[in-house]
Design a protein around this ligand. Structure first.
Ligand SMILES: [Zn+2]
Length: 496
């Protein structure tokens, strides 16, 4: 461990010990009373009196990839308006949780973080460099066969060692950065299948992330992951079988060979044919790459994030062992990179549905539920739109004479209308073509930006962490992302 990460860990311990949780509880109380006209499709009762002297049996960590605070605010309004409300007074399911922190996301070598370094921090309690998965900052090839460097211990390792079950649900490839940090170690997040590994990585015995996932044992007695549902089939199959692997191995077969309880499903109907209470260890790969956006998903072909979450929780609850489940809404990030706010907000809305269901299926007395983001994006909400103005729409302000929303759009200094949502950088820089309501509210519209870039970027401000259940009272104040690991360890009472 270098001195920077030691400092981070020390800071983690002191801030956990010092701060008080009264503020977070007061805020939650105020929120409850203002949520007056919510039609309750996502609202769930809050038990803010959960005694935290009891330990958590289960931990569910929800990660909205790229779900910065502006994304949450915009999704709250988007969700409310989709239910016929004005939108601003709506609440997403996790916004009703009683405990809240701001979280610093930087990587050891990057002011604006990526998903590999941030997911590593949450899963190991140690920050690492950008694009690396669970490797110590002092060894480029740590985690590979010829490296003497000590591997980092994962939260999943500790859970498995304690006899808990473990599971991952994601809308991205299961080998993508965030899910990979649940089970893997890799000097590069891009080494998803064996053909991705660079020659020096091959020489040093580095193993691709798909193989690591299938072979993951977690130092437990029961053979590693119980549940892995998501996309990325191509990284588990050989070229002959329509995949990308060069070694000719079919990793889905290797999964099924692990035990009689190990089952592979390749489509939604095969998943739906399983009874989650049968406690099968299920690998589900529902697309060759990432799953479709919720806005485009065909239900017959792919399960939703909520459906996968429901299956995972019912399966893991049936075991009675306690569990660690990580659920990633991974494509909020991808929609933002494409400057497409519509899909980013719809993905966030789906995450809120999955959280609401998880809360309903679990007991507040024994399950810690955390909802956070790995990093933010450069989405902004601006321009003085009137209350209830469509969140994806052109700005129309309050007419000062009538006190009602103006029928005319607001104009910029060049006389052009503009949208409430915009990106600091991205694919659609501001132009002289006047935008219309039809254009800007379409599903495929790319919001305008100040700086032209092929891909919109992550943002560096803090993200939020929402929590309820045993151990949630440690979530308050400004924390480092690596402290999320400590909060989970302490909540369950695991030995490091
Ligand atoms: Zn990203």
């Amino acid at each position: 461990m270098n001195s920077i990460s030691k400092l981070i860990l020390l800071a983690a311990v002191s801030s956990l010990a010092l701060a008080s949780c009264e503020k977070a509880q007061t805020t939650a109380g105020a929120n409850e009373s203002s949520a007056n006209e919510t039609p309750a499709s996502v609202a769930t009762p809050i038990n803010s009196n959960v005694k935290s002297n009891g330990k958590a049996k289960n931990v569910i960590l929800f990660i909205g990839d790229g779900m910065g605070i502006s994304t949450i605010t915009a999704a709250r309004i988007f969700d409310g308006q989709s239910k016929g409300m004005s939108g601003e007074d709506n609440m997403l399911s996790f916004e009703e949780f009683p405990h809240l922190s701001l979280v610093k996301t930087y990587n050891l070598d990057a002011q604006v973080a990526d998903s590999a370094g941030t997911a590593s921090a949450m899963n190991t309690g140690l920050k690492t460099q950008i694009s690396k998965i669970n490797v110590r900052p002092d060894g480029l090839f740590a985690g590979c066969a010829d490296s003497a460097a000590v591997q980092t211990t994962l939260f999943a390792d500790m859970a498995e060692r304690a006899g808990m079950s473990t599971g991952i649900v994601t809308t991205t490839r299961l080998t993508h950065a965030t899910p990979a940090a649940f089970y893997g170690h890799s000097p590069s997040r891009y080494w998803e299948h064996d053909g991705d590994i660079t020659p020096d990585g091959v020489q040093r015995g580095c193993i691709d992330l798909a193989t690591q996932m299938i072979n993951y044992s977690g130092t437990g007695m029961d053979g590693g992951l119980e549940i892995a549902l998501g996309g990325g089939r191509r990284n588990f199959l050989s070229k002959d079988e329509g995949g990308r692997r060069k070694d000719g191995v079919n990793l889905t077969v290797n999964w099924s060979k692990k035990s009689n309880a190990h089952t592979y499903v390749g489509d939604a109907s095969a998943l739906r044919a399983l009874d989650p209470a049968d406690k099968n260890n299920v690998l589900g790969l529902f697309d060759k790459s990432h799953l479709d956006y919720e806005a485009d998903r065909e239900n017959a072909e792919q399960p939703s994030l909520t459906e996968m979450t429901e299956f995972a929780i019912k399966n893991l609850e049936a075991r009675g062992t306690g569990y660690y489940l990580m659920v990633e809404a991974g494509r909020i990030d991808h929609a933002h990179h494409g400057s497409n706010a519509y899909r980013a907000l719809s993905e966030t809305q789906e995450l809120a549905r999955a959280v609401a269901l998880a809360d309903k299926l679990t007991n507040d007395e024994d399950t810690l539920i955390l909802v956070t983001a790995d990093h933010s994006h450069v989405l902004t909400i601006a321009g003085y739109p009137a209350l209830g103005n469509p969140i994806l729409g052109l700005v129309r302000s309050i007419d000062r004479k009538t006190g009602k929303p103006s029928s005319e759009t607001s104009k910029d200094a060049d006389g052009l209308p503009y949208t409430t949502l915009g990106y600091h950088n991205g694919q659609n820089p501001r132009s002289d073509v006047p935008q219309t309501d039809n254009m800007v509210q379409a599903k495929d519209y790319k919001q305008q930006s100040a700086i032209r870039r092929a891909s919109e970027t992550h943002a560096g401000e803090d993200v939020a962490l929402y929590a309820k259940g045993p151990g949630a009272d440690k979530v308050h104040g400004v924390i480092d992302q690596a402290e999320i690991f400590d909060i989970m360890v302490e909540a369950v009472g695991l030995d490091k």
